[in-house]
Design a protein around this ligand. Structure first.
Ligand SMILES: NC(=O)c1ccc[n+]([C@@H]2O[C@H](COP(=O)([O-])OP(=O)(O)OC[C@H]3O[C@@H](n4cnc5c(N)ncnc54)[C@H](OP(=O)(O)O)[C@@H]3O)[C@@H](O)[C@H]2O)c1
Length: 237
């Protein structure tokens, strides 16, 4: 039995992971702003699920983390699934700022809090969800694509830091393509995975302590092409 805290579990992949872990008897902490959805999860698994109302873009990250972890009786795995993303062709600063506040500032603070907790405990596993959208800058969602690049690089840095400090903290970067959640909207979507399939593959990657995992696996191919594409060509598509 493991103790797993999922930040951003009221819907989508976070919710599906919470259900998967609760079904197998793990202790699961779930957070998010839509408290009624978290209550539904807890009511489905009253013995396994603990919840907290939480805005990762706010000022209570440390308080929420320590309170729920205490109620859960400890922590083995921290999964940060919370994220926002907007099509922002109008380049509206409010949307850009919101994205940076949640996906960069909130994410970074949660990793920092989790790292310190696991450092003291001398073990733990931090999991972040970046995106194939973070591989190159995307003109229709500048802050989103940049925030996902931040997540991947931040996790890589933290993994290196843990290794140098000889901390047994595992760090996993989950890199989805498209997954059928409320976030995956718009035209031109392909290879859209069901949320169940995505959660299953994420849980497998966590179990295997993977460094990075593409969800689904075929997105590794797209990522490779995107990385290789010369800037002169990328700028034109
Ligand atoms: N779906 C895709 O195709 C796709 C692809 C690549 C990466 N991702 C990433 O996967 C992660 C999960 O997204 P999803 O696809 O499962 O979409 P989702 O259903 O919209 O889930 C997003 C979760 O993040 C939480 N969240 C958002 N803002 C928050 C805030 N300020 N404070 C706390 N929690 C917050 C939401 O909870 P509340 O609204 O209740 O706060 C919700 O539980 C995101 O980081 C997303 O960028 C998704």
């Amino acid at each position: 039995m493991k103790r797993i805290l999922i930040i951003g579990a009221s819907s989508g992949m976070g919710r599906e992971l919470a259900l998967l872990y609760a079904r197998q008897g793990d202790i699961v902490g779930v957070t998010g702003r839509r408290i009624e959805l978290l209550e539904q999860l807890r009511n489905a698994f009253p013995r396994n699920i603990y919840y907290s109302e939480h805005d990762i873009g706010g000022i209570r990250n440390g308080e929420v983390f320590h309170d729920i972890v205490q109620r859960m009786g400890g922590l083995d795995v921290l999964i940060i699934s919370a994220g926002v993303g907007f099509e922002n062709n109008e380049f509206n600063w409010e949307l850009e700022e919101q994205t940076i506040g949640v996906n960069v500032v909130g994410f970074g603070e949660m990793v920092n809090i989790g790292y310190r907790y696991f450092q003291q405990q001398r073990s733990g596993h931090i999991v972040g969800i970046s995106s194939v959208a973070g591989i190159r800058g995307i003109d229709s969602c500048p802050a989103y694509s940049a925030s996902k690049a931040f997540i991947s690089n931040y996790l890589e840095a933290i993994r290196k830091k843990a290794k140098k400090e000889k901390c047994t903290i595992v760090v996993t970067d989950i890199i989805p393509g498209f997954v059928n959640t409320r976030m995956a909207k718009g035209n031109g979507l392909f290879w859209v995975a069901s949320v169940e399939k995505a959660a299953y593959q994420i849980a497998r990657a966590i179990e295997k302590k993977c460094t990075i995992a593409y969800i689904t696996k075929r997105w590794r191919f797209v990522a490779y092409i995107l990385k290789c594409l010369p800037r002169t060509i990328y700028d034109r598509i």
